[in-house]
Design a protein. Structure first.
Length: 91
């Protein structure tokens, strides 16, 4: 009986040691995955910020382009540009 209980305690200690090692390995993996997640999240936020900056730059340029097209000087010089295009194509 005593030998059986002693063996059971020894087996339980071995199982406990294995479980502790397994838990430590899982915690290490969790830490690594957490670091990867943080890095990916930082990269995502940076890319999102860059995208928004590019989108704003595009909209600014589009507004400037449209303001040029709608300007009085652009409309006044249209006949001259048409004549110059005709001359270039003719030569």
């Amino acid at each position: 009986m005593l030998n059986s209980e002693g063996q059971e305690k020894s087996d339980n200690k071995d199982i406990l040691k294995e479980n502790k090692k397994y838990i430590l390995a899982l915690e290490a993996t969790l830490y690594k995955k957490s670091q990867e997640y943080d890095n990916l999240n930082t990269n995502y936020n940076n890319l999102k910020k860059d995208y928004n900056n590019l989108k704003n730059d595009y909209n600014d340029l589009l507004n400037k382009f449209n303001s040029i097209l709608n300007s009085t000087s652009w409309r006044i010089t249209k006949p001259f540009r048409c004549i110059m295009n005709f001359v270039r194509k003719g030569l």
